[in-house]
Design a binder for this molecule. Structure first.
Ligand SMILES: Cc1ncc(COP(=O)(O)O)c(C=O)c1O
Length: 387
């Protein structure tokens, strides 16, 4: 396999001026990540600050309702409320040990922005967070959290004012501030080495979940593992250690948007074509001329027209199976999990839960392990308008 590629996808499609920090980062991955100092400090932070290992939870009521065994991997229980912190503490510590003092990040739902701000505060660094102006309004509680913990928030007014535009502007900022600043990319996408680096920090999800599931199920593996896919970091973390287990079906859930004919979606694997965005060759929602199309999802963290290259590869090889769930189905899952199990999921994670609900006939009697990537407190404002 070519360096930085997953099959045909990946690479480093970036301006020449961004090569030095990417080379510096790749070198740091080779020299700093394997050291005992890094590994010990990182493991301690995950344990003491994040609360790892996160639990797996059996859902007795919903399992009975649906006729299957539903298990959740509880990334929502992590400090700061989502899987994002596994990555930001890893990248933050790496950047600190590289001698950087600023963590720059983009954010959609605000969870990555919050997690980056937490890492910066813990490591005595400064956080600068780029966020689409639309998301600043949709995810106000997270904006307040970031401000409280000392982040500088930069609202982005260009394009659709969502995640894609925030990444564009953050990459521009990195170009000028690369000496002092690490770009703490929030998902398993972007130019090499980010997809590999982010997977490295997120694979702990499946490392723990695989063992926890076997411990609770007399050594058996789950039949199906499910995760929502925005850029792809919780899903690649949830899939990674199950990829060699051929009996385990891996299902990635993309956002279909409203689901109406011709609507904008956030489902490049299901509806996209090959193209280049944010430094990677991957599947994209684009016009025949290669212009990026607007994306939409009720879940801000899924609202992205591209996807991490490893998912494009798992899709192309058939090892991963990628499906769509629309806004209404996700909102239904949000309500159902809240009422039946007392767990309020993030709207992003609700897409993965909805897969089990909508496919219950096909899944009868099977064990389904869903990555609950985050908690839904941040979404109560959006739902006030809908419920
Ligand atoms: C709770 C939650 N889940 C999932 C996602 C989607 O991101 P990814 O595909 O990188 O896991 C986000 C993004 O903000 C999120 O906040």
């Amino acid at each position: 396999m070519k360096k930085g590629y997953f099959g045909d996808f990946g690479g480093q499609f970036i301006p020449e001026l961004l090569m030095p920090p990417l080379i510096e980062l790749e070198e740091a991955m080779a020299t700093i990540l394997p050291t005992e100092e890094f590994q010990t400090r990182f493991t301690n932070m995950l344990k003491e600050n994040v609360g790892r290992p996160s639990a797996i939870t059996y859902c007795p009521n919903l399992s009975k309702d649906l006729g299957l065994d539903l298990w959740l991997k509880r990334e929502d229980l992590n400090h700061s409320g989502a899987h994002k912190i596994n990555n930001t503490l890893g990248q933050g510590l790496l950047a600190k040990m590289m001698g950087k003092d600023v963590l720059l990040a983009e954010t959609g739902a605000g969870m990555h922005g919050v997690a980056t701000t937490v890492a910066a505060a813990m490591l005595d660094m400064k956080a600068v967070i780029y966020m689409g102006a639309t998301d600043v309004v949709r995810q106000a509680p997270n904006v307040n959290r970031m401000r409280l913990m000392g982040a500088e928030i930069v609202p982005v007014e260009s394009g659709t004012k969502t995640l894609k535009d925030a990444i564009n502007e953050a990459l521009r900022r990195w170009l000028s501030d690369q000496e002092t600043t690490h770009y703490c990319f929030g998902t398993a996408a972007g130019p090499h080495p980010f997809p590999t680096l982010v997977r490295e920090f997120q694979q702990i999800i499946s490392k723990e979940a695989r063992q926890q599931f076997m411990d609770r199920n007399a050594g058996r593996l789950p039949d199906v593992v499910v995760a929502c896919v925005g850029g792809g970091s919780n899903a690649i973390g949830m899939f990674h250690n199950f990829v060699p287990d051929e009996s385990v079906e891996l299902v990635g859930v993309e956002a279909a948007g409203t689901g109406e004919p011709g609507c904008y979606s956030s489902a490049p694997l299901d509806h996209g074509t090959d193209g280049v965005l944010h430094g990677m060759l991957t599947k994209l929602l684009q016009t025949v001329d290669g212009q990026i199309e607007p994306s939409h999802s009720v879940a801000p963290g899924l609202d992205y027209p591209g996807v991490g290259p490893e998912h494009a590869h798992l899709h192309a090889t058939g090892r991963g199976h990628y499906v769509t769930i629309n806004d209404e189905q996700a909102i239904n899952a949000f309500k159902v999990l809240s009422r039946r199990e007392g767990i309020i999921p993030a709207l992003e994670s609700s897409h993965a839960v909805a897969y089990a609900i909508e496919n219950k006939d096909r899944l009868q009697g099977k064990s389904v392990l869903v990555c609950l990537s985050g908690r839904g407190d941040k979404d109560l404002g959006i739902l006030d308008q809908i419920l």
